[in-house]
Design a protein. Structure first.
Length: 312
């Protein structure tokens, strides 16, 4: 890919990552009002599926791409297992609603970033999803290491309130696995988008499978522990998490084969940190404004993306 187009793709990945903190704020508030994180995640995915279904009704090319899914699987152009990418997205949403509460936001964030970085290196090196093989050269490894350092620096202000190390071990491991699976999900979505010729078709499949998966998990939880005691809130903005997810998943599916899973994940992390700082300046969460370490970590992520995106 020419340097200019590569830079534009990286910038688009940063912009896509900026919607994630907005989604997290919305889903977090929905989870709080429902007193049920799994229900909030399921509603978010269902909202994304609703948005994509409306688009399918309006866009003939998207409907044609969706009709081409089964022929692509039958003809061997698309492995059927790639259609299950939404399960990995649903698993990450579950980790956010469970492991993040047990380990604390700081530990969860650092662990998830570590998993995303490791997953990006593995997926790119193996060419999972039929994408071009990208060996972990020196620049990419340096960039990956800087991303991890930046995540730790950004999380330092929150680490003082984290649970004891023994208590966070399993939740942190779950966050690492969830982050790793996120990279695999992006590669699988990229394969579906390439086979159908439509990133939107891959996005629809992702939300359909993810919504079904989370719905089943919620039903099992409700049968075991009983349904949540809070009625769904009436504030319309609490249901925008699905729309944010559509923007991120759609952009990731479009970009993943252009820049690879590792660079896509790094750029998205940079966008997330930048957007988080902007949100905390405009509307501080729990009364806290971003500190010097958080800003330094964000700047370091952009340096990491710049290093990793440069050609040898």
């Amino acid at each position: 890919m020419p340097t200019r187009r590569r830079a534009l793709a990286v910038a688009a990945a940063v912009a896509a990552g900026m919607v994630i903190p907005v989604q997290s704020r919305v889903n977090g508030e929905l989870s709080h009002r429902l007193d049920d994180g799994i229900a909030a995640a399921a509603i978010s995915f269902a909202g994304g599926l609703l948005v994509m279904s409306v688009l399918a009704l309006l866009l003939p090319r998207l409907r044609a791409a969706l009709r081409g899914l089964l022929p692509a699987v039958r003809e061997g152009r698309l492995h059927s297992r790639y259609l299950l990418a939404g399960v990995f997205g649903g698993a990450f949403a579950l980790a956010q609603s469970t492991a993040a509460l047990a380990a604390g936001i700081a530990v969860f964030t650092v662990s998830a970033v570590a998993g995303q970085t490791l997953g990006g290196l593995i997926v790119d090196a193996r060419g999972i999803g039929g994408a071009p093989v990208r060996r972990p050269g020196g620049r990419r490894l340096v960039g990956a290491a800087l991303i991890l350092v930046a995540a730790v620096i950004s999380a330092v202000p929150l680490l003082s309130g984290a649970p004891a190390p023994v208590a966070v071990l399993l939740p942190a491991l779950a966050a690492v696995v969830a982050g790793l699976l996120l990279g695999v999900q992006q590669a699988m979505n990229g394969a579906t988008g390439a086979a159908t010729g439509s990133p939107l078709a891959a996005t629809w499949v992702n939300f359909c499978v993810g919504a079904v998966f989370l719905g089943l998990v919620w039903v099992v939880k409700a049968l075991v522990t009983g349904p949540a005691g809070h009625a769904p809130p009436t504030s319309w903005w609490l249901y925008l998490g699905g729309l944010c997810g559509v923007v991120f998943i759609g952009a990731s599916t479009l970009l993943v084969r252009r820049i690879g899973v590792l660079l896509l994940g790094m750029a998205a992390i940079a966008g997330q940190l930048a957007s988080s700082i902007a949100l905390d300046v405009i509307a501080p969460s729990q009364g806290r404004s971003p500190g010097v370490l958080t800003i330094a970590g964000a700047l370091l992520t952009f340096a990491a993306v710049w290093i990793a995106s440069r050609r040898p």
